[in-house]
Design a protein around this ligand. Structure first.
Ligand code: ACO
Length: 337
C-alpha cells in the first residue's frame, strides 16, 4: 500500500550572532566587494559558544512541530542531516530525541553534505508511503563555524550556522512529494572533505596542526559539479512528474553561491521571481539551507496549497538531490486573511 506524503509543518532557527563581511575583512585578506561579487553573501549567523548542532536543531524542530500541530511523542522517526554533529556518536538525532522527549522515535543522522535534507525527505517519505510510519521529523542542522579554518579566506567567508526542520505525514492523495532524484558521484569526494578525525587519519597533534579537521574544498570543481547537477536534477524531477518548469510556483535551490543559482536559473529558463534566495543573509548553512528557505517562504505566505515546488541541492560526497512537491498545507496567510 502507498500513501501520499507531504510536509505538514516547518520551522527554522538562526543563532543570534551575525558575522558581516566587514568583520571578516579584519580576520583574513578579503573584502566585502570580493565576497559580494563572487558569492552574493553579505552576512552569516554564528552559534554561541555554548550552542551545538542539537541545540539549533531543537529550536527549529519545536517550531516545525507546533506548525504541524504534532506532539514529540507522536514522532515515529527523527532524521538529522548534518556534517557537524555534536559528537561522532551518539547521533545528533538521538540527542534531539532526548531534548524533545520524542520517546517513540527511531533516530539516526544522515551524511549527504548539503543535499542531506532532501535525502532525509526521500528516505522519510518512503517510510510513511509504505505504511510503516505516520509522523517523521526531518532536520537539517549545522554549526559549520566549528569546522572552518578561520585563516583560510577560500572557505571561511562562505558558510554560516543554522537549522531548519519539517514534519512529514500522510496528506491528501495527489499532494505532497511527487518525484525524487537522489544521486552521488563518489569519485569527486576529495573535492570537499574534512580530511582528519575519521579512521583514515585519526586525530593527532599533527592533524590538528595541519588544519586537517577543517573544511577543505576545491571550489572550482565543486562549482562545475553544481552548475551541471542542479539543473539536471530539476529536469529529472519535472520529467518524472510529467511537468515542465512553467508548472513550478517556487524553486528552492541550495544556497552555496549566488552565481551557481543564477547559472541554474538561466539553464532552466525560470523567472527569478519564482526562486527563493536568502544567501545574502545566511551564507551556506549546508544541510540547513533548504529547510530554512522553505520555512521563510512559508512564513512569507509564498507557499499556497496546490503550488508545485522544487527543492534542489548538491554537496559533499559529491551528492545531488531534487524533490518535486505539490504543497499540501493551507496557507496561514490565507486562513488568517
Ligand atoms: N577574498 C579575496 N580573494 C579570495 C577569496 C576571498 N575570500 N577567496 C579566494 N580568493 C582569491 C583566490 O585566492 C584567487 O586568487 P589568485 O587568483 O591570486 O590565486 C582568486 O580569488 C580567484 O579564486 P577562484 O577560486 O578562482 O574564485 P572563484 O570565482 O572560483 O570563487 C568560490 C571561489 C566562491 C569558492 C567558488 O568557486 C564557489 O563558490 N565554489 C563552489 C563552492 C561550494 O558550493 N561549496 C559548498 C559545497 S556544499 C557542501 O556540502 C558544504
Amino acid at each position: 500500500m502507498t500513501y501520499s506524503v507531504g510536509i505538514t509543518g516547518v520551522g527554522k532557527y538562526l543563532p543570534e550572532k551575525i558575522l558581516t563581511n566587514q568583520d571578516l575583512e579584519k580576520m583574513v585578506d578579503t573584502s566585502d566587494a570580493w565576497i559580494v561579487e563572487r558569492t552574493g553573501i553579505r552576512t552569516r549567523h554564528i552559534a554561541a559558544p555554548e550552542q551545538a548542532t542539537s541545540d539549533l536543531a531543537l529550536e527549529a524542530s519545536l517550531k516545525a512541530l507546533a506548525d504541524a500541530g504534532a506532539k514529540p511523542e507522536e514522532l515515529d522517526m527523527i532524521i538529522v542531516a548534518t556534517e557537524t554533529p555534536d559528537y561522532k556518536y551518539p547521533s545528533t538525532a538521538c540527542l534531539l530525541q532526548a531534548k524533545l522527549g520524542a520517546r517513540n522515535a527511531a533516530c539516526f543522522d544522515l551524511s549527504a553534505g548539503c543535499s542531506g535534507f532532501v535525502y532525509a525527505m526521500g528516505i522519510g517519505s518512503q517510510s510513511i508511503a509504505s505504511g510503516l510510519y505516520r509522523k517523521i521529523l526531518i532536520v537539517g542542522a549545522e554549526t559549520l563555524s566549528r569546522i572552518l579554518d578561520w585563516t583560510d579566506r577560500n572557505t571561511c567567508v562562505l558558510f554560516g550556522d543554522g537549522a531548519g526542520a519539517a514534519v512529514l505525514e500522510r496528506v491528501e492523495e495527489g499532494y505532497g512529494i511527487l518525484s525524487l532524484d537522489l544521486g552521488a558521484d563518489g569519485t569527486g569526494g576529495g573535492h570537499l572533505i574534512q580530511p582528519a578525525g575519521g579512521s583514515r587519519n585519526p586525530a593527532t597533534h599533527e592533524t590538528v596542526d595541519a588544519h586537517g579537521h577543517t573544511v577543505h574544498m576545491n571550489g572550482q570543481e565543486v562549482f562545475r559539479f553544481a552548475a551541471r547537477k542542479m539543473p539536471a536534477a530539476c529536469k529529472k524531477v519535472l520529467q518524472k512528474a510529467g511537468m515542465t518548469i512553467d508548472d513550478i510556483s517556487l524553486l528552492v535551490p541550495h544556497q552555496a553561491n549566488r552565481r551557481i543559482i543564477d547559472n541554474a536559473l538561466t539553464r532552466l529558463k525560470i523567472d527569478p521571481k519564482r526562486v527563493w534566495v536568502n544567501i545574502e543573509k545566511y551564507g551556506n548553512t549546508s544541510a540547513a539551507c533548504i529547510p530554512i528557505c522553505l520555512s521563510e517562504a512559508w512564513e512569507a505566505g509564498r507557499l499556497k496549497k496546490g503550488d508545485n515546488v522544487i527543492l534542489v541541492a548538491f554537496g559533499a560526497g559529491l551528492t545531488w538531490a531534487g524533490a518535486l512537491l505539490k504543497w499540501a498545507k493551507e496557507s496561514e496567510v490565507d486562513t488568517i486573511g
